[in-house]
Design a protein around this ligand. Structure first.
Ligand SMILES: Nc1ncnc2c1ncn2[C@@H]1O[C@H](COP(=O)(O)OP(=O)(O)OP(=O)(O)O)[C@@H](O)[C@H]1O
Ligand SMILES: [Mg+2]
Length: 424
């Protein structure tokens, strides 16, 4: 019997819209389909044109659908931007069952209690991330279900965002014919793939360098403590190449992709390529070394801005586990060495370790699937050896076969439906 469930993620980036279909089988994720489309309507990570964004989403969805030959209805979507705020939250409830065993229902109640905070009318709660549960005064519990207690507390982080930005995102996804099964903060989703538990506990900075934005996220004591989005990314490098080599942005993109090198020291004088110059039919030959002379200063500037932002957030580069780079720009050869030199700290690059998406630009999309699957896992029976009544969602598998439609586990949607009803 097939016991797989499916989660589809949607990452709306400045350069690309990415749809990834994940098959969840006993907690293991397999990527079974990917659809990408060039983004239109997104600038520096923010939606600026709804119609164009909708078109790009549709195109990416259609490509993914064709790959698996199944229609996509529900997606989990990432949200980011400087409109997002993190604030600490604390909830307390009395354990409800007679035998004092903590159940899913108590968790739900304590999560709700933690959300009873004053949110300004122009803001909306996106997610609540538990940091620790406390049972009768005993803290640092990550999953209290099945434990005995009288008083259950949860300490966590509430993530809020601007209603207008959330509205635009919801509008785009819905107009593309999809329903939102979950909305999660992109750096949190990426961290599921990019960072280890140890790194998050000891302190690490995740830097996602995309086309239009660079997101700097600081994780400490197992949780996201601060994050900021800089309006710079690979597009700046591409622009410099276009100006430096007097060519079109399209051509500059290709040059960056095919011959890019972020370290002058590592660049080759033997690697040569032809560039069509604007306003002439003549092609001029350049070397990778000349290209690196354009890329290195701009990439170094990005790292200097990351460092400045870190100081503004109250941190510095001496954070114990250093930096983890991800996002498409992390593909540029030599960038890792340049980052180590500029930041004077340990640096590594995170790439999703799944067939079909082994590229740092897929980190957010795959991370969204992993993040959403955690909610799914939470709905699984705690003691598999104890026979439980067949969960309703099993029907989904039959439906999947008969109606040929991707349906995800109800658990993933449960939280979302609540979120959605609150939003509407
Ligand atoms: N192999 C490569 N060599 C050089 N540059 C690359 C390579 N792959 C991707 N890039 C650059 O990475 C950037 C795209 O990264 P990514 O796909 O992570 O961005 P995005 O998610 O669309 O944008 P954002 O996150 O800023 O909204 C582009 O600037 C692209 O030129
Ligand atoms: Mg991105």
């Amino acid at each position: 019997m097939n016991s797989s469930e499916y989660i589809v993620s949607l990452d709306i980036g400045t350069s690309k819209v990415r749809v990834i279909i994940g098959e969840i089988n006993s907690g293991t994720i397999n990527i079974i389909g990917v659809g990408t489309a060039d983004s239109h309507g997104i600038k520096k990570g923010a939606i600026v044109d709804i119609d164009e964004t909708v078109q790009s989403i549709r195109e990416a969805v259609e490509k993914a659908e064709r790959m698996v030959d199944l229609p996509i209805r529900h997606v989990v979507v990432g949200i980011s931007g400087n409109h997002i705020q993190l604030q600490p939250s604390h909830g307390v409830v009395a354990v409800s069952s007679e035998n004092r065993e903590i159940t899913d229902e108590d968790i739900e109640r304590v999560m709700k209690a933690a959300q009873v905070i004053a949110v300004p009318p122009e803001r909306e709660i996106i997610d609540v991330v538990p940091i620790q549960y406390i049972v009768d005064g005993l803290g640092e519990i990550s999953d209290p279900r099945g434990m005995m207690g009288v008083r259950l507390e949860m300490e966590g982080t509430i993530i809020t965002g601007a209603k207008t930005v959330i509205h635009n995102l919801v509008r785009c996804v819905e107009r593309a014919g999809l329903s939102i099964a979950g909305m999660y903060l992109m750096p949190l989703a990426s961290s599921e793939i990019a960072l280890t538990k140890d790194e998050k506990n000891l302190g690490v900075v995740l830097v996602d360098i995309g086309a239009g934005s660079t997101t700097v996220s600081v994780f400490e004591s197992g949780t996201l403590n601060a994050f900021s989005v800089l309006p710079i990314g690979g597009d700046y490098i591409t622009n410099d190449i276009a100006i430096g080599f007097r060519t079109t942005t399209e051509e500059a993109k290709q040059i960056q992709l095919n011959s890019g090198c972020a370290l002058i020291e590592e660049a080759s004088e033997d690697e040569r390529f032809l560039v069509k110059r604007i306003g002439s039919d003549v092609e001029k030959e350049y070397t990778q070394l000349e290209l690196a002379n354009v890329i290195e200063p701009r990439a170094a500037e990005i790292f200097n801005l990351v460092e400045d932002e870190l100081y503004l957030m109250g941190y510095d580069t001496s954070i114990p586990n250093g930096f983890v780079l991800t996002g498409g720009v992390a593909n540029i050869p030599g960038l890792l060495e340049l980052a180590r030199y500029e930041l004077q700290a340990p640096v590594r690059i995170a790439i999703p370790d799944y067939i079909g998406v082994r590229d740092p630009s897929y980190t957010t999309g795959v991370g969204l699937i992993k993040y959403a699957s955690k909610y799914y896992m939470n709905q699984m029976p705690q003691q598999p050896e104890v026979k439980q009544p067949q969960p309703k969602s099993k029907k989904t598998n039959n439906a999947l076969k008969t109606s040929k439609e991707l349906k995800e586990h109800g658990g993933v949607f449960k939280k979302v439906k609540e979120w959605f009803s609150e939003f509407i």
